[in-house]
Design a protein around this ligand. Structure first.
Ligand code: HEM
Ligand SMILES: *[C@@H]1O[C@H](CO)[C@@H](O)[C@H](O)[C@H]1NC(C)=O
Ligand SMILES: *[C@@H]1O[C@H](CO)[C@@H](O)[C@H](O)[C@H]1NC(C)=O
Length: 419
């Protein structure tokens, strides 16, 4: 009985302390003279807005920016976030003070990105990010892009033939799915070892679309924001939840784990691609496998980076290439088409440029013509300017995870901005 009473008193004290700390936390910005939008729901604070499914956070942030200016504070659960949009400040943080902002604003469900084994270049920070990035960079070198060009061309040819069929029906149709098929085909063939085209017969297109639909939609994930500093532990609950509900994200990861494992075993049996002659990104990564990596502290320059990856990181890297290469490119292409349809005079000018640069029937169209297609480049960039894709990737800019035991993002922000 006595023990129960003591436990009860301890729990009650804990809750009161927690409540007071939470209350104090939401005066943090005000105390520093920084304005911000009102809170929607106590404890969760602005989280509901930021993870709202019906209205992506970029629109909410845009509205707040109009109202509160280029610098305001919000609270994502107990995570304190300073939202900035002043170009000079953004430049200061992303470029000049990069040594303080070398991590992205990730979901709390990842825990500590220095420790979580399954982290990729998009989520990593500091020395780990630099290591992963050093391995990834050559994938996008000119020689690598030249090498994969025939695959991209073939995938485009397949899409074109599907589009021709749709066009022949002489009815309006939605072009977006065609680009989803195209980008999935390209990324699967150049990065994941898929042999030949699978357009309109690849079940993974539906799966990956569902992965995107699932992001931010879990209430459990919202609760993790109530104790950001415990996320290194609570993330396991979240992962278990994904497994139990057979969430699309979990199913995608399972597939990638299996693909990577199979490839490693093939290699061990001497049946894989020879070292230095990779078939795709997985081979490049497997050549660099090493499960005993310890990252040091991040320094802006002078670091010698080992070009090594763990098996977990390989799965992570495949995941991010799949996710980042699929939706972004498909949406950009679809939006570009939409604009070209709406502005026929731009379309005419673009056709003229393509005819000029690629019109000579004696010369095959290839990688070399791409830099000459200057107007095409402008059209794409203008599309992205009007409809920024993946703004969340950069719209909450503290590139340091505040829920880490490291100094807080807000503190770092302050130091970087006002020192
Ligand atoms: C039109 C197409 C694309 C758009 C609009 C786009 C957009 C973005 C944005 C806004 C970021 C954040 C940048 C920052 O933090 O400063 C980003 C990062 C990233 N993207 Fe893309 N992306 C596109 C295509 C791709 C493709 C095709 C891949 C891979 C195959 C890819 C892989 C990545 C990776 C790995 C990162 C993290 C880089 C790092 O932190 O070092 N993206 N992307
Ligand atoms: C208040 O904020 C600090 C710093 O972000 C954090 O360590 C603390 O856990 C927060 N309070 C609560 C109740 O989460
Ligand atoms: C794509 O189609 C064009 C035009 O029909 C053709 O010249 C080219 O060889 C095709 N590319 C591939 C990789 O099959």
């Amino acid at each position: 009985m006595m023990i129960l009473v003591i436990l009860f008193v301890a729990a009650a004290t804990g809750l009161v302390a927690y409540y007071l700390s939470a209350k104090k936390n939401i005066t943090y910005w005000k105390e520093r003279g920084i304005d911000g939008p009102p809170i929607k729901r106590p404890l969760f604070n602005h989280l509901d807005y930021l993870l709202a499914y019906e209205k992506p956070s970029c629109f909410t942030l845009e509205e707040w920016t109009k109202k509160y200016g280029p610098l305001y504070g919000i609270y994502c659960g107990f995570l304190r976030i300073l939202v900035i949009s002043d170009p000079d400040m953004v430049h200061e943080m992303f470029i000049k003070k990069f040594e303080y902002f070398h991590g992205r604003m990730n979901t709390v469900a990842l825990g500590d990105v220095d420790k979580n084994p399954r982290i990729h270049v998009f989520n990593a920070r500091g020395a780990r990010w630099k290591r992963l990035r050093t391995i990834t960079n050559p994938s996008f070198s000119v020689s690598s892009l030249r090498r994969i060009y025939p695959i991209v061309e073939d995938a485009c040819n397949v899409t074109t033939s599907f589009l021709d069929k749709a066009y022949a029906k002489n009815e309006a149709f939605n072009i977006h799915p065609y680009f989803h098929e195209l980008t999935m085909d390209v990324i699967s063939r150049v990065a994941m070892g898929q042999k030949g085209t699978l357009q309109f017969q690849n079940p993974d297109v539906t799966l990956i679309k569902n992965v995107f639909l699932g992001f931010g939609g879990s209430k459990l994930e919202h609760y993790l924001y109530l104790a950001p500093s415990l996320s290194e532990y609570t993330r396991h609950i979240f992962m278990a939840y994904l497994a139990i509900t057979a969430a699309p994200l979990r199913r995608m990861i399972n597939k990638l784990e299996k693909a990577v494992r199979e490839r490693i075993e093939l290699k061990e049996r001497g049946l894989g691609a020879p070292a230095g002659e990779p078939n795709d990104f997985i081979d490049i990564y497997i050549d660099a496998i090493d499960d005993s990596i310890v990252d040091g502290a991040y320094k802006k320059s002078g670091d010698k980076v080992i070009k090594r990856l763990t098996e977990d990181e390989i799965v992570g890297q495949c995941m991010i290439f799949l996710l980042a290469g699929f939706d972004t490119t498909a949406n950009t292409l679809a939006l570009t088409c939409w604009f070209l349809a709406r502005y026929p005079e731009i379309q005419e000018r673009l056709i003229e440029e393509v005819d000029d640069v690629c019109g000579d029937p004696s010369k095959p169209i290839g990688y070399d013509q791409l830099p000459e297609l200057k107007y095409a480049d402008c059209v794409m960039k203008e599309t992205l300017r009007m409809h920024p894709i993946a703004p969340f990737a950069a719209s909450l800019p503290p590139r340091v995870n505040a829920w880490n035991r490291r100094p807080l993002a807000t503190f770092r922000l302050k130091r970087a901005l006002w020192s």
